[in-house]
Design a protein around this ligand. Structure first.
Ligand SMILES: *[C@@H]1O[C@H](CO)[C@@H](O)[C@H](O)[C@H]1NC(C)=O
Ligand SMILES: *[C@@H]1O[C@H](CO)[C@@H](O)[C@H](O)[C@H]1NC(C)=O
Ligand SMILES: *[C@@H]1O[C@H](CO)[C@@H](O)[C@H](O)[C@H]1NC(C)=O
Length: 532
């Protein structure tokens, strides 16, 4: 072969260089586009109530999806709605966002702090279209707090919690029995418009149809983030009759209805996956399913055999059902169970860095990118988990808060808004996990083991000595918290209290403002919506 002259060499190299550039950008444009993300959140879904944990309630579609993906069996959420959602949206603990206490109550002028960067905002940076269908519950008192201002291209659903599945009306303030006035109003929004036209349509069906429409109208060349925080299976217990018929043998009206609500959710997830397949998106989709917190036995959600309930720091409140699935999960990992410690806040870096290929640089996260540990089985970087520190719930009642023992709901006594104590104290409601150890302090919340009503077994509530402030468990050996080891291992208790103290020093003041009459729908044409 004749050697080319120098300038010909130059041209050849240049041409090769350009060819490589073009081919890599082509690869990026096709296979290199980040996957679609469909993120489904069930509301108040009990640990026991999914078919693969116990077959009493049937969830064939969820079971099948989970068995094709990775079941997360050492996975944790927060014990109530707004806190779990705040951590999912920011990757940050509540002690760093001021949302340590309870949920955002509809008439409170409060929302996820506006200086926090949200998951959809970050996903937009890497090219995603972002859509919310379902429940927001991160505050709405002014426009800046609304989902459309927090990173979503479109938003459909409700802003607060606990509404009627058919009328989409909710009451307030909280607790309603003290208010003497129900402040009834609609909370249903289609972007910036109040969506009156769905009165009489069961919310699960409305949300499914809307999610299907988002999928059908989506341009497949753009990555999709579809966030689907469902109303199911939160109270009030309401479902079309045909769904509860298969559970008539339960002989318990509430539980039959709840099981029917689970059935509508299972069906909805199936319809959404079918739509993804029809739209040609499924092969490119990562689907996450998670509960927001444990079940509430008062509303027929069961966490058996775990201890405690929703709104408690016992395992029944925080050990959540969750899995990740879809054809993007490597074949060798499909059908596996992941036993690494994982937390709902970890989705933030896992989705942004692991799935979308973005960056979380500059954000002060309390969470970890677990994509490799989930999809390759590598070791998890998460060794410790702060479940929460709520300085407003105090075993000594020093802060003027009342406790309804029956429901374990903690509510402010009228007009008393405490300052935060300077130092951590074990009278505060707190819990932390380090490796297999878990420490709980103060008043952890509703206690006991609640079997499914269809078994006709008695619930059992352990009686602790009065003034007991610390409980220590080895969760790997004792996942149901039956064996308190705090007396046997005072050195572990001390080490974990030290960690709580260190976290407490980094915490920001709790924001739990007074509920305001300005929120009353009576002053806003019967609508719950921004009032400032
Ligand atoms: C459901 O729970 C019962 C009682 O604990 C147990 O005997 C049964 O094996 C469980 N079923 C499944 C599918 O886990
Ligand atoms: C937002 O502002 C609050 C109050 O100044 C601060 O404590 C918090 O750390 C800020 N959050 C971020 C993400 O910067
Ligand atoms: C609402 O209900 C009506 C009457 O059953 C039905 O025709 C309509 O398709 C429903 N719309 C949605 C969005 O569910």
């Amino acid at each position: 072969m004749k050697m080319p002259k120098a300038n010909q060499w130059h041209m050849l190299v240049e041409a090769l260089f350009i060819a490589v550039l073009i081919s890599t950008s082509l690869i990026k444009g096709a296979a290199g586009k980040p996957p679609h993300i469909v993120f489904i959140v069930a509301d108040d879904y009990g640990w026991f109530d999914i078919g693969y944990h116990n077959s009493t309630i049937k969830t064939p579609i969820l079971d099948q999806l989970a068995s094709q993906g990775v079941k997360l069996e050492n996975y944790y959420v927060q014990p109530i709605c707004s806190p779990s959602r705040s951590q999912l949206m920011t990757g940050r603990y509540q002690i760093h966002t001021g949302l340590q206490h309870f949920v955002i109550i509809a008439p409170q002028p409060n929302c996820l702090p506006l200086n926090e960067t949200t998951l959809p905002q970050k996903l937009k940076e890497t090219g995603y279209a972002t859509h919310l269908v379902g429940k927001w519950h991160l505050g709405f008192y002014k426009n800046e707090c609304m989902p459309l201002q927090r990173g979503f291209d479109s938003s459909f659903g409700y802003l607060s919690g606990c509404q009627d599945y058919w009328t989409h009306f909710r009451s307030g303030p909280f607790p309603w029995f003290e208010a003497g006035d129900h402040w009834l109003g609609i909370d249903y929004w289609d972007n910036n418009r109040v969506a009156w036209e769905y009165t009489g349509n069961y919310s699960q069906f409305v949300f499914t149809e809307r999610a299907q429409r988002v999928i059908q109208q989506h341009n497949p060349n753009q990555p999709l983030f579809l966030y689907l925080p469902l109303q199911s299976v939160h109270g009030p217990l309401q479902v079309p009759d045909k769904y509860k018929k298969p559970y008539a043998h339960f002989n318990n009206a509430n539980r039959e209805t709840y099981a029917g609500m689970v059935a509508t959710m299972d069906e909805a997830v199936g319809k959404i996956v079918d739509s993804l397949k029809e739209a040609g998106l499924w092969e490119d989709t990562v689907l996450v399913f998670t509960t927001d917190n444990g079940g509430d036995p008062g509303a027929a959600g069961i966490n058996w055999p775990l201890r405690g309930t929703k709104n408690s720091l016992w395992e029944g409140g925080v050990h959540g059902t969750g899995f990740i699935t879809g054809p993007m999960i490597p074949a060798g990992m499909q059908g596996t169970v992941n036993k690494d410690l994982m937390h709902i806040s970890d989705w933030f870096p896992t989705l942004i860095e692991g799935v979308a290929g973005g960056s979380t640089a500059g954000l002060a996260l309390d969470s970890y990118n677990l994509w490799d540990s989930i999809t390759k089985g590598g070791p998890s970087p998460r060794k410790e988990l702060l479940h929460n520190i709520d300085p407003l719930i105090r075993a000594d009642h020093a802060m003027g808060y009342g406790i309804d023992e029956e429901t374990s709901l903690i509510y402010p006594l009228s007009g008393v808004y405490p300052k935060m104590a300077a130092n951590f104290s074990t009278t505060m409601r707190a819990a932390i996990r380090m490796g297999d150890w878990k420490l709980l302090t103060g008043l952890p919340g509703r206690n006991g083991w609640f079997p499914p009503p269809e078994w006709n077994m008695k619930a059992y509530t352990p009686v602790d000595p009065p003034h007991k402030l610390t409980w220590l468990f080895n969760i790997a050996a004792d996942p149901n918290e039956k064996n308190d080891l705090s007396d046997q291992h005072p050195e572990v208790v001390a080490a974990l209290v030290d960690r709580l103290e260190a976290y407490y020093q980094t915490s920001v003041p709790v924001r739990f403002p007074d509920q305001t009459v300005k929120a009353n729908p009576a002053s806003h044409h019967g609508v719950w919506g921004p009032w400032e």
